[in-house]
Design a protein. Structure first.
Length: 815
């Protein structure tokens, strides 16, 4: 009897084991019920009629079918497999907020994982109404998707109903769900519930796809291969959130192609996110997408794209966009190319808040802009201490920049192009930027050309971040244009080839002529100019370098050249002097442009120092010239003109006792610009006073100037004076110096004796100082006194005659 009992127990346990390990094949019609035993077989291709799969069963679909999983309760299956290219749909009719759950518990190893969708096969999980259907995985379950898995629901169902997937929220879980094919999240579906800190449970391999066709979707916590893809096509009000903060190991490619987006979207990518592939924006319906998160507003945000960042013509992207008081830095590193057909904005920020932290886009590949959008920053904050909005080229191989709009800037001219690449960057198109910087470890040279000119828009000559930290290994090799509305030294950080930095300064005399910025273009050449002939007093010019400096618009200016700090100019001696030399295309020779108020370097064989030219009205190639040291200059004390009898003019002038004049050429002009010689006065030893009579004084205003040649044949030009004949008039010909301390001298010419009221005004037109002086007919000098009381700044002086006539206006700077 006992033996019979034991045999019965063993048989019962065997039956239970067989029941729990049962395998069931779907053999039902194209549309059938899960609960019908007629639809199930114990063998593939066998007849129906076996028991319905229950807990612990292994379910296999080998044929196309739509199955109503009318389960009365949740179900745990050992395995669920869709094979033989079958197209299967499972759906529940359960209505309400509580989901119906099928859990996969088996842990069969590859290639026969417990959850399996073979290549070419498709599984659709769905609901028939406002219900929820979840396919869940146990803590040790295995699964592989080589085909397509669709999570969807009934059309028109309420948001967050439909089908979804769930992984255990258990740090000890060993679940392994591997995706080689596609998971599609349809519009009506439940976002994946894949736990926190459980990224290792789900893996997207190379070529796999997670396709979000719904608005406000989400990606699962997973491990992503660099060649896997997240495709977002269904966004309307919100893009799918990228799960994880950060995502360990990053994600693969992200592609956004959502043409129905209806409003700007704050995407808020997880801080520290690494996109191991490309980030592509194919279509966002011209709505702005903001990448960065403002969560934790005191924590800096950074993102990395190992591939390319592609922005289509129908897309606008903000790196950071916020109107909150958060002032933090944002950084986006693109290791591939930056391809822009739409718009990219480094920072949007409310003007009512202070901004001091930067927004930086770093690119290691090429910067390519092809569309009509913009690259810049809509934020209005400005700073002379911080580079607020930056495009940094930080590759290790040579890089290029091409721009269809030819602009990387904003309205405040605060966008900086920063070089951080020792291999250099080449412009392929003209480009205008707000600022340029070498505030980096790699620095590097920016290669420009006449057809790919760099223009620096920011007009602030005193802002150190406009031209920031150029060096011998970081400068502009080629032409560069700068603009200014001031009269300070405008520095051009130029060099060429293997040369060191050979910057030059241009100093405008007028702050805003015509209420527009002055503009100049400079290029450096580390070679001898093709003509080396010189005019007296030059003995030679350097055979190592020259600069081309062109005025595009605006003010006359002085030029400052600098010695290289390493070696003297070849051929110089201690008795020589170094001056600025300019090439005269008319005489095809180099001429000294020291003039009366330029500077020189003496002794000439030193290695450091700077020289300034006289005020220039025309520009051409410049270089460093050598003047022999055995000549004494001519110093002019005064130079005046009076009308004589008939149509004659008497010119008189005086020189200092330490002058050494040889002769004076008297030059005359009708317009004050184009002069021609009308005579020569020869000096005798010790002579200080000179005169010349012009026998044919023209009617109207005539201008005179002296070309003063010393005994070493060194010429210098005098100031310009004017004389009025046969007409009522008054002319101010010059004001010296233009940078004053306590007084300045006006050179004037009047057609009659008169009383002259001089009015000094500031840049707002307010009267600051007045002075009345008596003048006689002819040219003369008038001193303006009392200027020491003026605050430092820019001022104008205008004359008014006693008959109400207003004269021209001269500008000066009070130091």
């Amino acid at each position: 009897m006992q033996k019979i009992y034991l045999l019965f127990v063993a048989l019962l346990l065997c039956c239970v084991s067989i029941t729990h390990a049962q395998t069931r094949y779907w053999v039902g019609p194209a549309n059938g019920l899960w609960s019908s035993s007629a639809n199930w077989s114990a063998t593939q291709g066998g007849g129906g009629g076996t028991t319905v799969p229950g807990d612990g069963a292994s379910v296999i679909f080998t044929q196309e079918s739509t199955v109503q999983a009318d389960l009365s309760s949740d179900l745990s299956l050992s395995s669920l497999q869709v094979i033989n290219s079958a197209n299967v749909k499972l759906y529940t009719t359960t209505i309400g907020g509580v989901p119906r759950i099928i859990t996969i518990t088996g842990n069969s190893p590859a290639p026969n994982e417990s959850f399996l969708i073979q290549s070419g096969a498709k599984l659709v999980d769905s609901t028939a109404g406002n219900g929820r259907f979840v396919l869940s995985f146990g803590t040790a379950a295995t699964g592989r998707v080589d085909g397509t898995w669709v999570l969807t629901g009934a059309p028109g169902s309420t948001l967050n109903f439909g089908a979804g997937l769930q992984l255990p929220n258990d740090m000890s879980a060993t679940t392994q769900l591997v995706i080689n094919g596609s998971i599609i999240q349809e519009e009506v579906s439940i976002n994946p519930a894949t736990g926190t800190g459980t990224h290792g449970l789900m893996t997207f391999n190379s070529g796999s796809l997670f396709h979000v066709k719904k608005d406000n979707g989400a990606t699962p916590h997973a491990t992503w291969n660099a060649s896997s893809t997240i495709l977002i096509t269904g966004a309307v009000t919100n893009l799918a959130s990228i799960s994880g903060s950060p995502v360990p190991g990053g994600v693969g490619n992200i592609v956004v192609n959502s043409p129905n987006i209806a409003n700007p979207i704050h995407w808020a990518l997880p801080n520290g996110l690494v996109i191991k592939g490309n980030l592509e924006f194919l279509n966002t319906n011209n709505q702005f997408i903001t990448l960065a998160s403002t969560i934790s507003p005191t924590v800096a945000k950074s993102y990395t794209i190992n591939g390319n960042l592609d922005i289509s013509s129908s897309t606008k992207v903000y790196l950071a966009r916020q109107a909150a008081t958060a002032d933090i830095s944002y950084e986006l590193q693109v290791d591939g190319n930056f391809n822009l057909a739409g718009s990219f904005d480094l920072r949007e920020f409310s003007s009512s808040y202070t901004l001091s932290e930067p927004s930086v886009l770093r690119v290691k590949g090429s910067f390519v802009q092809t569309g009509a959008g913009y690259f810049g920053a809509s934020a209005t904050a400005v700073s002379s201490a911080t580079e607020l909005y930056v495009l940094e080229m930080n590759g290790t191989a040579a890089q290029t920049i091409s721009s269809s709009t030819q602009t990387i800037d904003n309205n405040q001219n605060m966008v900086t192009l920063r070089l951080n690449n020792a291999a250099g960057v080449t412009l392929l198109t003209p480009l205008a930027v707000g600022k340029i910087s070498w505030n980096s470890a790699g620095k590097g040279k920016l290669l420009t050309s006449v057809g790919s000119l760099l223009t620096i828009n920011n007009t602030q000559y005193s802002d150190p971040t406009v031209i920031n930290m150029p060096a011998d290994n970081g400068y502009i090799s080629g032409p560069v244009t700068r603009k200014t509305t001031g009269t300070g030294e405008l520095r051009f950080p130029v060099g060429k080839g293997s040369s060191a930095l050979r910057y030059v300064d241009v100093v405008p005399v007028d702050a805003t002529p015509g209420n527009a910025p002055s503009s100049y273009t400079v290029e450096y050449f580390n070679a001898v100019y093709n003509v080396v002939a010189v005019s007296t007093p030059l003995r030679a010019v350097t055979n190592q370098e020259y600069w081309t400096i062109d005025r595009n618009s605006g003010s006359d200016a002085r030029v400052i050249l600098h010695l290289n700090g390493v070696s003297k100019i070849p051929g110089t001696t201690a008795t020589d002097r170094v001056v600025v030399a300019r090439f005269n295309s008319g005489t095809t020779s180099w001429e000294s442009i020291k003039g009366t108020d330029g500077t020189e370097i003496n002794p000439g064989n030193v290695t450091t120092g700077s020289v300034t030219s006289e005020l220039l009205t025309s520009f051409s190639p410049f270089t460093l010239g050598i003047v022999p040291g055995n000549s004494l200059p001519v110093y002019l004390v005064d130079f005046n003109a009076k009308k004589g009898s008939g149509n004659t003019a008497l010119l008189t002038w005086t020189v200092t006792s330490n002058s050494d004049p040889d002769r004076f050429e008297v030059l005359r002009s009708a317009d004050g610009a184009n002069f021609s010689s009308i005579g020569t006065v020869t000096a005798t030893a010790g002579q200080l006073n000179f005169s010349f009579t012009d026998p044919s004084l023209p009617v109207g205003t005539t201008y005179y100037r002296l070309r003063m040649i010393d005994r070493s044949n060194v010429p210098m030009m005098s100031k310009i004076i004017a004389l009025i004949n046969g007409a009522e008039g008054f002319v101010i010909t010059s004001l010296t110096p233009t940078v004053v301390v306590s007084q300045a001298k006006l050179s004037v010419s009047s057609s009659r004796k008169a009383s002259l009221r001089l009015v000094v005004t500031d840049t707002y037109g307010r009267t600051i100082l007045q002075q009345v002086s008596g003048i006689s007919a002819g040219s003369q000098d008038i001193w303006i006194n009392g200027l020491s009381i003026l605050p430092a700044g820019t001022y104008q002086v205008t004359g008014y005659l006693d008959n109400g006539t207003r004269t021209s206006t001269m500008r000066f700077i009070k130091r």
